[in-house]
Design a protein around this ligand. Structure first.
Ligand SMILES: Nc1nc2c(ncn2[C@@H]2O[C@H](COP(=O)(O)OP(=O)(O)O)[C@@H](O)[C@H]2O)c(=O)[nH]1
Ligand SMILES: [Mg+2]
Length: 445
């Protein structure tokens, strides 16, 4: 096991009332006791100065969680400081001078996993909980974290293990067998049970995966249709370049924002038009990439010009299918904001007067699935769904093996289903997989 001590600021960037610094490693008390003016006490909040070379860094609450009863399984110290980044960074520097190194993203949770404190899918749930984009996603991540997903996958696994054991005995000791019909009937029943359990998990996981996905909306259209102005209204600040010279927003700019408590990404793109200008071509190419990445497009049109042949060509050439048409600049026509619910949707607004922008917000809101029974969901990842599908494919082949009495092939399929499901729980994980999972975490977790 790793034992070098690591530290990180565990709270968000910027100033706040309090900040938390987290440290994990072996024998932390003896490594760091000299920087505290009070003696630390296991699982007790101790009010102490942090001091070095007669400089008081801060007066903090410090909690020691002695190994193994801690988040990582090692000694953990949490220092609650005043939430000034300058203070927190100076304490981190002090720790680094005392044999502690900066933690990599997800390293605390990785250690928890390596020390058998949590299973892999729970580690992932921790990461999902931190980045969940709305309250349903938070609930679903909590379900995963509480072990609902683990328990259900484990239940299928134990059915598979039991069936595998029976198959081994049927294959190795055929003389002990029931009549062939009875054997086939017993096995069919078990395969059916495994199938239905697995189907259930797969349905909930697929919905959970949708929840886990942060949605992206791209504003596309010709130059000067008002894309940046609309995006700025959504952001309520002048963040991107708004100008009347055609083709000046030459880059796609992404913003993360909260719409009705749902976190989404919006992309302001370069206007698309035929041009020889290299920089502009580059910008247009990025717009096209934004189209490919987006879950939905708001195609913006200047209503005084109308939706013309060029717009139709852009929609066709760039294969834009999932889009609403946003008719901007209704002030020029003296129109009221409104939505026409046809295919594609039409939204009428005026960015310059900040009128009708809520219609865009409502449209984004409609996209979020309203899951009735969120208590059933877990925040699955694509990785989980892929393994579940692998397992399901193996199980789907079983009925025909049973009718052909090919129990050795059936056993092989069960073994593969077993491997697929074990991978979800991180039994026998590869180094590569672990790296991929933990590096997606934020630092300090
Ligand atoms: N009259 C009117 N002008 C607008 C409106 N929205 C944007 N504009 C103007 O249209 C021009 C282009 O806007 P911009 O947002 O940069 O368009 P983009 O190239 O599509 O990003 C600017 O001069 C804006 O002031 C609107 O609702 N009404
Ligand atoms: Mg623009």
């Amino acid at each position: 096991m790793k034992s070098n001590a690591i530290c990180a600021i565990a709270t968000a960037k910027g100033s706040s009332a309090l900040g938390v610094i987290r440290i994990s490693g072996d024998n932390l008390d003896s490594l760091l006791s000299h920087i505290f003016t009070k003696k630390l006490s296991d699982r007790r909040a101790v009010l102490t100065d942090i001091i070095a070379n007669n400089i008081i860094y801060d007066n903090c609450i410090v909690i020691l969680y002695s190994s193994p009863k801690s988040y990582t399984g090692e000694d953990v110290i949490e220092i609650i400081t005043h939430g000034n980044p300058v203070i927190m960074h100076s304490i981190i520097e002090l720790l680094c001078k005392n044999g502690v190194s900066n933690a990599a993203p997800g390293e605390f949770t990785e250690r928890a996993f390596l020390n058998n404190k949590i299973s892999l899918e729970k580690a992932e749930a921790v990461s999902d909980l931190i980045s969940a984009s709305d309250i349903q996603a938070v609930r679903a991540a909590q379900n995963s974290l509480n072990g609902k997903f683990y328990d259900e996958v484990n239940e299928v696994l134990s059915c598979i293990v039991s069936l595998r054991a029976q198959l081994e005995s049927i294959i190795n000791f055929p003389e002990d067998d029931d009549t062939p019909d009875l054997t086939a009937k017993k096995i069919t029943e078990q395969v059916e049970r495994i199938t239905s359990l697995l189907e259930n998990i797969l349905i909930n996981s697929k919905e959970g995966r949708t929840l886990n996905h942060k949605r992206t909306y791209a504003f596309i259209g010709k130059p000067n249709s008002g894309k940046s102005s609309i995006v700025n209204c959504l952001l309520r600040e002048d963040a991107s370049i708004v100008t009347s010279v055609a083709g000046t927003t030459r880059d796609s700019i992404e913003y993360e924002l909260s719409i009705n408590n749902k976190i989404v990404t919006i992309v302001d793109t370069a206007g698309i038009r035929a041009t020889q200008n290299k920089v502009e071509i580059e910008g247009i190419e990025r717009s096209v990439k934004a189209v490919l990445k987006a879950d939905k497009i708001f195609y913006v049109v200047d209503i005084s010009r109308g939706l013309d042949k060029d717009d139709q060509a852009i929609l066709k050439n760039y294969n834009i299918t999932n889009y609403d048409i946003v008719f901007n600049k209704i002030d020029l026509k003296g129109l009221e904001p409104r939505v026409i619910r046809k295919s594609p949707y039409e939204i009428y607004l005026s960015a310059i007067n900040n009128i009708g922008i809520d219609l865009i917000r409502d449209r984004v809101d409609e996209d979020f699935i309203q899951v009735e029974k969120v208590e059933d969901l877990y925040l699955a990842r694509s990785r989980h769904v892929d393994h579940l599908i692998d397992a399901k494919e193996c199980i789907n082949r079983c009925p025909s093996h049973i009718s052909d009495c090919k129990y050795d092939i059936l056993a092989e399929d069960m073994r593969n289903a077993h491997i697929a499901l074990s991978s979800i729980l991180g039994q026998n994980p590869t180094e590569e997989l672990l790296n991929k999972i933990f590096t997606s975490f934020c630092i300090g977790k």
